[in-house]
Design a protein around this ligand. Structure first.
Ligand code: AMP
Length: 142
């Protein structure tokens, strides 16, 4: 089995996220310090904020404040360091690929499907993550 140095787990914060993390840690035990969690969300559309930039930032912060406790709960449960929790704005697969390169991840883990269910297999985030990745991808069967 390959030994990975930096593992990026993509979580959509659905109930399946725990299963994906558990599965990863069972395969690669004691690697919590090398595991990163990423949740992506689309940029907020904020009317006037689009012009001024100000409302836009405020809304991004509000979104971060809402998402962070959910990531923190996962990190506490599985012993993943807080510094390895990441909230990024943009389309999921592209953002995950860019961030994986930034942290030099050698493995990306995602669920075989998530919030969007089994429909749209070819247009799914799961599919896009596999097909644009520059490193190994583990797709955990949900
Ligand atoms: P989907 O193809 O959208 O049903 O999701 C499949 C998998 O992609 C999920 O189990 C997650 O691992 C990942 N994923 C989907 N959406 C996101 C998101 N917004 N942020 C991070 N990972 C995601």
């Amino acid at each position: 089995m390959p030994s990975y140095k930096s593992i990026l787990i993509a979580v959509d914060l659905s109930d399946e996220s725990e299963k994906i993390i558990e599965h990863s840690l069972q395969l690669y035990p004691n690697l919590q310090s090398q595991v990163h969690l990423i949740h992506t969300t689309e940029h907020p559309i904020t009317g006037y904020g689009e012009l001024t930039g100000k409302n836009h930032c405020a809304t991004e912060n509000q979104i971060r404040q809402k998402i962070y406790p959910k990531l923190k709960k996962l990190s506490e449960k599985y012993g993943i360091p807080c510094k390895n929790l990441h909230i990024k704005f943009g389309s999921p697969a592209d953002t995950i690929h860019q961030f994986a390169e930034q942290i030099e991840a050698d493995l990306i883990v995602s669920g075989s499907h998530g919030k969007h269910g089994l429909q749209l297999i070819l247009g799914s985030t799961a599919y896009s993550i596999v097909h644009g990745a520059q490193c190994d991808v583990l797709s955990v069967r949900i």
